[in-house]
Design a protein around this ligand. Structure first.
Ligand SMILES: Cc1ncc(COP(=O)(O)O)c(C=O)c1O
Length: 484
């Protein structure tokens, strides 16, 4: 099994190109970035069919040139060949090498009646560099929701503290916020988010900055910003670096629901400098269920010179009271405290570590570029067939894109208000086609709309091919006609 992995190891980090991939990375980045030009040209770019067609074609050709490489990656997974799995935003799939480890460790543990006490320092040390942080800043959590609880419920809130967030948040973050409202009397201020392609990273900066200023003018005590990047509804990547500038300018605690970030985006979290980023281990990172990666700022860096917020662990069996640091050296291993809570399921976390190892070997940037190129291709195809207005995900501002694509596929655009029809579309994409497509729908509050829109959401990942996307688009086009 290890053979599967080693065949793909990027041994060329020093510069020479791994077969069929890196030589094209710059080309991908150029095309992905070319959307920014389209965004600044606005409606003019939208009128130009020639531009849209060439971008699609160029992406397609580049992706096809690397087909062999990603086919080998696909072979590292045990995915059912009768289906195409495009709901990674909900659940990933463990690579064989991680499954084998998980399996053998579970058996060894049963045979020897082993326990799982500890804080997994060695494992955190292995995984942390892939996320740009030190081991004391990377904790293993149970999932995104658990990480959001650690972050939000561990902070020291006062009645009247305001958290500025959005109206596109997931229950995983909403629930601890609601508990903090009930328990500590905090207030939540929600910014209604735009949808579609006609938006820019600067808009998000203005939306948050203005809301914070308005609240402060009203005498409110704004203490934190919390937002999903990307949102689970439209896949819009809220621009973390830009929003961190807003958080720092207003001296706010920063909490990012990054459920979809590990395994999709190759971000450096020390550089970004948020106080908390809660991500899933079991989605794009393809670790076992019940795993998550929680990044906690635990020292002062130039990227975020604000003092560390007062924070206490809420789920641990290993803690002694210690002050948080006021300089660049950590006073205690906060990630050890979060990770250590009684006897752990060590095979599960080792499965996650193994999967992270596969990602590090393939190259996190390489995976990010492939994921973004694939979804850019899908978005262009949707724009060509359905029209760009049907996209709820942005496609042209490179700062706002992710590998999640949401859109309205229906012949009659108003059917997007019909939750049952949207559900039927999802069901039939799996049942009526061979291969069947595993996708989902999601409700989206849209500014000015009388009720939520029920859009189709597609997540494409490192096992997806251009051919899979072409088949998906053809099936969706066919199904929307059949459904009328
Ligand atoms: C943005 C977002 N946050 C939180 C969650 C909850 O994830 P988990 O199951 O890892 O707790 C999800 C799940 O889809 C999500 O999309």
């Amino acid at each position: 099994m290890q053979k599967d992995t080693t065949a793909l190891i990027d041994t060329n980090t020093a510069g020479s190109a791994p077969a069929h991939w890196s030589r094209n990375r710059r080309d991908f980045l150029r095309i992905l970035g070319s959307g920014a030009l389209a965004a600044t040209l606005g409606p003019l770019a939208g009128c130009s069919d020639g531009h849209a067609a060439s971008r699609t074609e160029e992406l397609r050709n580049l992706l096809l040139a690397d087909e062999g490489f990603w086919r080998d990656v696909n072979a590292m997974f045990t995915l059912n060949p009768a289906k195409r799995f495009m709901n990674i935003g909900t659940a990933g799939s463990m690579p064989k090498v991680a499954l084998d480890l998980f399996d053998s460790e579970n058996r060894a543990r049963a045979i020897e009646s082993m326990s799982g006490y500890g804080n997994l320092l060695a494992e955190r040390t292995q995984v942390a560099p892939g996320f740009g942080v030190d081991p004391d800043e990377l904790a293993f959590s149970a999932n995104t929701s658990s990480g959001m609880c650690h972050a939000i419920l561990g902070l020291q809130w006062n009645p009247g503290d305001v958290v500025v967030t959005t109206n596109h948040e997931h229950g995983g973050g909403e629930t601890p916020l609601a508990i903090a409202v009930a328990r500590y009397g905090i207030e939540v201020s929600r910014i209604p988010l735009p949808v579609g392609n006609a938006q820019s990273a600067q808009l998000y900066v203005s939306l948050f900055d203005q809301r914070i200023r308005e609240l402060r003018t009203q005498g409110k005590r704004v203490r934190a910003m919390m937002f999903s990047a990307p949102t689970y509804k439209t896949g819009t990547m809220l621009p973390i670096a830009e929003l961190m500038e807003v958080a720092k300018a207003h001296e706010l605690i920063s909490i990012v629901d990054g459920a979809h970030l590990p395994g999709m985006m190759a971000y450096n979290y020390a550089d970004l400098g948020m106080d908390f980023m809660s991500g899933a281990g079991h989605k794009w990172q393809c670790g076992p269920g019940s795993t998550g990666i929680l990044i906690v700022r635990n020292k002062i860096r130039a990227s975020n010179p604000l003092p560390l917020p007062a924070w206490y662990p809420i789920h641990t069996s290993s803690w002694t009271p210690r002050a948080r640091t006021t300089n660049g050296t950590a006073t205690w291993d906060v990630a050890a405290t979060i990770t250590s809570c009684g006897s752990l399921h060590t095979p599960m976390f080792h499965g996650l570590v193994s999967s992270c190892g596969v990602w590090d070997q393939i190259g996190r940037k390489k995976i990010e570029t492939y994921d973004l190129a694939l979804s850019a291709y899908l978005k262009e195809r949707i724009a060509e067939i359905w029209g760009v207005d049907r996209l709820y995900s942005p496609k042209d501002d490179p700062k706002l894109v992710s590998a999640v694509t949401s859109f309205n596929p229906f012949n009659n655009a108003n059917d997007v208000l019909n939750s049952a029809k949207s559900g039927e579309f999802v069901t039939r994409m799996l049942s009526d086609y061979s291969p069947g497509f595993v996708i989902r729908n999601v409700n989206v509050p849209v500014i000015g709309a009388p009720s939520d829109h029920y859009v189709i959401r597609i997540s494409t990942h490192l096992w997806t091919s251009v051919d899979d996307i072409d088949k998906l688009v053809a099936a969706m086009d066919d199904l929307r006609r059949k459904m009328g």
